[in-house]
Design a protein around this ligand. Structure first.
Ligand code: M6R
Length: 609
């Protein structure tokens, strides 16, 4: 959730770290800070609550240059959002600074012990107990490397730590169950560490993914910039390395006002490139490998939007392949002692590949002997590394906290797998059929994007309303859930997704003229869904219908009717109805003036449970 960046090299490290933090601000944005060794060899620290801009304003007029720096953007867990609780935490006397991502579960106990040992705390955070442990071990004669190892051994829970040592300008990092990546640019003698490879794009040309409990040592020694150690101090080979393929385009938002809007508009192009990837490109192999996996039952685990994508995918696998599916929210699945059979397949869906609950669900399945498959965006992420087979969704970096393009790509990847399984492999016939469908889907979405002003006009009529019910039946039900999630997270409006037939079992009590029903209507169960809308209309609810075009009854019953062309593509229609929901949420949020790309209280990547 928090973003971490560390840099060591001849460039001004503070600039590199601030640039990295700006890129990671979408991960967490309660406060930000940096610590570095100044040219006069002092350990310096600046930290500020609020957006990273506050930190930049604080230091912009200072003449700062450093060869080694660590930085952090915080998403508060323990302790309020204050300057003091922001990271880094430092001990000037010993020349040590540290940043942390995760939760130290035994922080209370450690704090008590360390306080008795005379160590004073300056913040309310769990993170500072790690600094306390470092101080304790250094005081007791350990060198910094051993102090990091010994302190890390005392920590319970999932965390990543980065430590800066003034004496040698070295940086150490170590993690368990939290994302961490190192990067190197040998030509420039630069070495970096981060919670996200995106921070390193365009700087490091090689990236390294250490496994859990591997100590990474970033040093200024030209011939020895990056080393990995086991906890017993011996050299480690437990890391994966690859060329950095991610690029960073600073003008990535282009003419769009928000990343979210840009990402919504990217969808048609991404669908086309996914088609290319799986039908003609490198994706073929992983698709074939996925087809070969056992699948007596399919357990689908994910969180948030990725879970809703899983619900749509479930429908494909049950209706097309007749494979029994058990979709479950990962945070529930992991603690439920689920019934797992070695012949079953575990499917994990995630944009980041770093969601703590999804990773824990994967670990549980792995321990139970199940093969695991991911539908994932981030190549090299923990989920990607831990699963037996990975189907990449190729959505590119998704910056907007509200997931949009990832959902579409996840669903389509699942649809592709389901089709290939049904066809017992990919052949020209299937390739052509699917290519045609996906091309048509991309065109349909383009048509909807061209109607953004029409959707904006509807948003302008309803944005003041007090409560939204998104309803749908069958495969539109998960789309209703996803539509409601989009609205609540970016517009801060109370919204719920419901199966249309379920409203009368309780929630209908809430309906009055202040409430809006966004009714998703498909060709299936058409009349029954229209009856459900009638029930809301009779209670004076405002009706926004997204449904088949040319329907007189829908026009009459609706306050606002957004007609959709379903012809020839009913099966993939949830995906374009979802695009209407994305635009509706976006425009409502825009009218309400919220922070669309970085909505309050959220973080892009939820790496704590
Ligand atoms: O990175 P993941 O796909 O695993 O993330 C899962 C959820 O945290 C994520 O989809 C979240 O619900 C989004 N903010 C929704 O827009």
């Amino acid at each position: 959730m928090c973003g971490i960046v560390g840099h060591l090299g001849p460039k001004n490290s503070v600039d590199v770290v601030l640039e990295g933090l700006k890129r990671l601000e979408y991960r967490g944005y309660d406060s930000a800070g940096v610590s570095f060794i100044s040219s006069s060899n002092d350990l310096m620290m600046y930290k500020k609550k609020g957006k990273i801009e506050n930190l930049i304003n604080e230091i912009k007029d200072k003449d700062i240059s450093a060869r080694s720096c660590i930085g952090h953007t915080r998403w508060a867990t323990h302790g309020g959002v204050t300057d003091n609780n922001a990271h880094p935490h430092i001990c000037e006397e010993m020349g040590i600074a540290m940043v942390h991502n995760g939760i130290i579960e035994n922080a209370g106990e450690l704090r008590e012990f360390l306080t008795k040992e005379g160590i004073q705390f300056k913040s309310e955070t769990d993170s500072e107990t790690f600094l306390g442990l470092l101080i304790y071990h250094v005081r007791n004669g350990k060198n910094i490397k051993d102090a990091v190892i010994e302190s890390f051994k005392k920590i319970h829970g999932f965390s990543a730590f980065v430590v800066l040592n003034k004496e040698t300008s070295e940086i150490f990092s170590i993690k368990k169950g939290a994302p961490l990546v190192c990067g190197m640019n040998e030509v420039n003698s630069e070495v970096l560490v981060s919670s996200d490879p995106y921070a390193l794009a365009g700087i490091a040309d090689k990236i390294y993914f250490p496994e859990d409990e591997v100590l990474c040592h970033l040093s200024a020694a030209n011939s020895n910039l990056l080393n990995f150690y086991e906890l017993d101090g011996t050299k480690s080979k437990r890391y994966m390395s690859k060329k950095q393929s991610m690029t960073h385009d600073p003008a990535a938002k282009g003419d769009f006002e928000h990343y979210m809007l840009k990402e919504i508009y990217e969808q048609p192009e991404l669908i086309r490139s996914l088609t290319q990837f799986y039908f003609q490109g490198e994706g073929k192999e992983s698709l074939e490998a996925a087809v070969d996996l056992p699948r007596k039952n399919l357990h689908i685990s994910a969180c948030g939007t990725a879970y809703y994508a899983g619900l749509v995918i479930k429908d494909f696998f049950e209706q097309i392949n007749r494979i029994p599916c058990r979709p479950e929210i990962a945070s529930e699945f992991r603690y439920r002692n689920p019934i797992l059979d070695k012949e079953d397949l575990a499917l994990f869906i995630s944009q980041s590949g770093e969601t703590a609950d999804t990773l824990a669900a994967q670990e549980l399945c792995k321990k139970s002997g199940l093969k695991s498959l991911s539908i994932v965006n981030t190549e090299g992420s923990t989920l990607y590394r831990d699963c037996d087979v990975n189907l990449l969704i190729r959505a590119g970096v998704e910056i907007g906290v509200a997931s949009t393009k990832a959902f579409t790509q996840q669903v389509l990847t699942g649809r592709t797998l389901s089709a290939v399984i049904q066809n017992k492999g990919m052949d020209d016939n299937l390739r052509n059929t699917l290519s045609q469908k996906y091309t048509l889907l991309a065109e349909r979405i383009e048509e909807l994007l061209d109607r953004s002003d029409e959707i904006k006009a509807v948003a302008g009529e309803i944005y003041r309303n007090k409560g939204f019910f998104y309803t749908g039946r069958g495969v539109y039900y998960p789309i209703a859930l996803e539509g409601a999630l989009k609205l609540k997270e970016i517009a801060y409006v109370h919204a719920e997704g419901y199966a249309a037939g379920e409203l009368k079992h309780g929630p209908i009590a809430l309906i009055d003229e202040e409430k809006v029903n966004v009714a998703l209507v498909g060709p299936e169960l058409y009349e029954k869904t229209v009856s459900n809308i009638q029930e809301i209309k009779a209670r004076k609810g405002k009706i926004v219908t997204i449904g088949p075009e040319g329907k007189k009854d829908l026009e009459e019953i609706s306050d606002y009717y957004i007609p959709i062309n379903f012809d020839g593509l009913e099966e993939l229609s949830p995906l374009y109805i979802n695009v209407v929901n994305q635009l509706l949420a976006y425009h409502i949020a825009k009218f309400l003036g919220t922070d669309i790309d970085k909505p309050r209280n959220l973080a892009k990547s939820v790496t704590v449970e």
